[in-house]
Design a protein around this ligand. Structure first.
Ligand code: FAD
Length: 309
């Protein structure tokens, strides 16, 4: 009931076609899994975001910010609240007019598009991100990384909005407290509006070659053609999650349509009709089996939305 009132209030601010009621989260996640959110609200600019955040906070309504949904496992029951998705102006990208080795990019922009823009402009340092299917906001939240690079290496400052929409601040790299798959955003829930990335000038052809090498590696090693949320578990203190899962004999192990990828044991893939419960049951089994074999506890990297292990 309260959610209905909140959604009606939001519809006074945001055009109805951008307020998707009872929206299946399976349509917004790379796993293609998840029941409905009360509403997915697409906000196109900072004013809209501020007003939506003000409304949900005033009404003490449940809400969450999402990027590209590529690190999400949403429960089969869905998300009982408002899922706010940055869109429109938040996809902006351009060179910093004062420093031509820097890119200013909006929170919703895809990493691949950002990496391609850097390549075209002869700016190196973002090659690692070319195949990560997330947005800038999600990548800063997670300190996404691959092939020896991570966001923490290239972020200069981040423009953030407070979770209640009451203020906008700039935060430098150090204050973001980046660590392995971690940033301060996981503690304070501030929202990434945009960021300035500091890169290095280089020959565009040399950058493009490195990007192509990384993409080749990714395509040959990862199950990029099947829905997933990337690495299911974080790298433990010793060893690699994928190697531990493989050594535990779990490659190809299946619960319903959720399967430990036969190509890369670090990924759980959706073979077609996997439910969140299938994935959770499989994740629990992986944790238990790996612990029994190696005494290592695997922690999930994928964000569990309205469900737990
Ligand atoms: C095939 C595949 C390969 C992958 N490879 C990699 C890889 O190599 N390296 C890697 O690190 N990850 C990888 N991932 C995981 C995923 O792409 C990253 O974690 C990515 O950074 C998530 O971004 P997103 O926009 O999809 O975030 P979402 O999944 O939408 O959200 C993740 C978290 O970020 C928060 N968030 C999103 N936007 C904002 C914002 N604007 N402000 C504040 N918080 C926000 C959300 O609230 C949520 O808690 C892979 C995933 C897939 C499916």
């Amino acid at each position: 009931m309260t959610e209905n009132i909140v959604i009606s209030l939001i519809e006074k601010i945001i055009p109805k076609e951008r307020v998707l009621r009872d929206e299946p989260m399976s349509a917004h996640t790379s796993f293609r899994i998840g029941g409905p959110a009360d509403a997915v609200v697409l906000v196109n600019n900072e004013d809209e975001l501020r007003t939506v955040l003000g409304t949900v906070n005033d009404m003490e309504s449940e809400y969450m910010i999402m990027g590209n949904g590529s690190n999400f496992l949403v429960s089969d029951e869905g998300y009982p609240g408002i899922m706010v998705k940055l869109s429109g102006d938040f996809n902006s990208i351009g060179l910093d007019e004062e420093n031509d080795d820097r890119i200013i990019v909006g929170g919703a922009k895809h990493l691949s598009g950002t990496s391609a823009f850097a390549t075209d402009n002869g700016l190196a340092g973002m090659e690692f991100a070319s195949g990560i299917p997330g947005s800038i906001g999600g990548a800063l939240f997670m300190n996404a990384g691959a092939y020896g690079g991570e966001m923490k290496d290239i972020v200069e400052t981040v423009r953030l909005m407070k979770p209640d929409g009451s203020a906008v601040i700039n935060c430098d790299n150090k204050k973001m407290r980046f660590a392995y798959r971690h940033s301060i955003l996981q503690e304070n829930a501030y929202i990434v509006l945009s960021t300035i990335l500091k890169l290095t000038k280089d020959d565009p052809r040399a950058i493009a070659e490195r990007v192509s090498e990384i993409q080749k590696k990714r395509n040959s090693k990862q199950p990029v053609n099947l829905p997933s949320a990337g690495s299911t578990f974080k790298r433990p203190i010793s060893g690699y999650a994928a190697a531990l899962i493989d050594e535990a004999g779990l490659k190809g192990y299946r619960v319903g349509d959720a399967q430990v990828s036969e190509k890369h044991a670090g990924f759980v893939v959706n073979l077609g009709k996997a439910t969140a419960e299938d994935v959770l049951t499989l994740m629990r089994y992986i944790q238990k089996t790996v612990f029994e074999k190696s005494e290592i506890i695997l922690e999930p990297e994928v964000r569990l939305i309205n469900c737990k292990l």
